[in-house]
Write a protein that binds this ligand. Structure first.
Ligand code: TRP
Ligand code: SF4
Length: 372
């Protein structure tokens, strides 16, 4: 079988998750595992978080009331959108699962520079905005350490130390030929992920890294490095969960800022959000008559999959009721979009109101790293 590569800096969409899992050893989250979690997030219930590595270590830590770290990062490349909301919610979920969980949140400003040429002065402002969203989504500011990569000596030092054990051939095999800034970002990300285990951060501990499936190359590299540096640092190989890469609102598989109609920002005006949702790609038929007869195709529909199932409909019964109504042709897309909009607009309004309360705290958190 020809090996396939995932490009974490590309816009590639993964079509074959089964192959990804088999080839790279990502495990499904079985019902058995789900039953051992104190509560199961809707993203896990609905298999949007579809796989993991070593989630057992985190479950064991939760049940034995031992410490573990929740670690992730985002590139501050623009305002929060639905994709960033996913990672944020997962981070908050793992933070909430146990009082012994402690979060490490990396603002990947160096990566945003290497990948998107965003100057550090600009990404600082974006980070503040992003942190405001994180707080409004429920981040516990007393159990998190927030930092910018460009300012975090511990992480940068680790990246340098790791660089001694990594050759060009190893990087090329994982990522293909890339500018050195991106390779460097990958080493910094390994530093991010392993830094919670440094002696100054309390030493070795299980670490869960919730990410999108496109980040798996970084997870593999980091686990490889953790193994190599075990004798020096006693690292525990980090665990990870993976979510599906979702389509944009227009049904495109490439999320691109060049297609603003495709991206819903959490800070967007209700008017513009409404336009985007009314224009979203659906699984509807060519004519109303046909749809009444054949039913719609919710499994192809952005309103159903990306918006309601992934983000905005918490209740499983309501979701399944909508699914069947659509399949049976009992609801048409126009009406369905109005219904979705009611739910989404309410959510957006509430979120935007909450944000106002967290602006000062975001500044404090970014300056002081943590709030006691
Ligand atoms: N590379 C990630 C992205 O592009 C951001 C990131 C930086 C990250 N450091 C991390 C993710 C550590 C997980 C863990 O979104
Ligand atoms: Fe999608 Fe709703 Fe149309 Fe069904 S009725 S295809 S769920 S928008």
């Amino acid at each position: 079988m020809e090996g396939f590569r995932i490009d974490p800096w590309g816009t590639s969409y993964i079509k074959d998750y089964k192959r990804l899992m088999e080839e790279f050893g990502i495990k499904p989250i079985t019902d058995e595992l789900k039953s051992q979690l104190p509560f199961v997030h809707r993203l896990i219930r609905r298999n949007i978080i579809f796989g993991h590595r070593d989630l057992e270590k985190i479950i064991a830590a939760i049940n034995e009331k031992k410490e573990y770290a929740v670690m992730t990062g985002i590139k501050p490349s623009g305002p929060f959108h639905l994709g960033s909301k996913l990672t944020a919610e997962e981070f908050i979920y793992f933070q909430k699962l146990s009082p012994k969980a402690f979060g490490f949140f990396a603002i990947a400003d160096l990566e945003a520079y290497a990948d998107n040429r965003i100057p550090l002065s600009e990404s600082y402002k974006i980070s503040l905005d992003n942190l405001t969203d994180l707080l409004a989504l429920g981040l516990d500011p007393r159990r998190v350490y927030v930092y910018r990569q460009s300012e975090e000596m511990k992480v940068l030092r680790l990246a340098f130390i790791f660089s001694r054990g990594v050759t060009y051939n190893m990087l090329e095999a994982i990522y293909g030929e890339k500018p050195f800034g991106l390779y460097f970002s990958a080493l910094i990300q390994a530093g991010d992920i392993l830094s919670p285990q440094l002696p100054e951060n309390g030493g070795p501990k299980p670490t869960i890294v919730p990410v999108g499936a496109d980040q798996d190359p970084h997870i593999r590299l980091t686990r490889d490095i953790a193994q190599r540096y075990k004798s020096d640092y006693n690292f525990i190989l980090p665990s990870a969960t993976y979510h599906l890469l979702l389509r944009d609102l227009t049904g495109q598989t490439k999320m691109s800022k060049r297609n603003p109609m495709g991206i819903l920002y959490l800070t967007e005006s209700l008017e513009s959000a409404r336009t985007k949702i009314m224009n979203a790609f659906t699984g509807g038929r060519a004519t109303a008559k046909e749809q009444r007869k054949l039913g719609g195709e919710p499994e192809k529909c952005v309103i159903y999959i990306e918006l309601l199932a992934t983000h905005f409909m918490e209740n499983d019964d309501e979701l399944s009721e909508l699914y069947h109504k659509c399949r049976r042709g009992e609801i048409l897309c126009g009406e369905c979009k109005m219904y979705a909009w009611e739910i989404i607009s309410r959510w957006l309004k509430e979120h935007q109101e909450k944000r106002e309360k967290f602006k000062d705290l975001a500044i404090k958190l970014l300056e002081e790293h943590t709030i006691s």
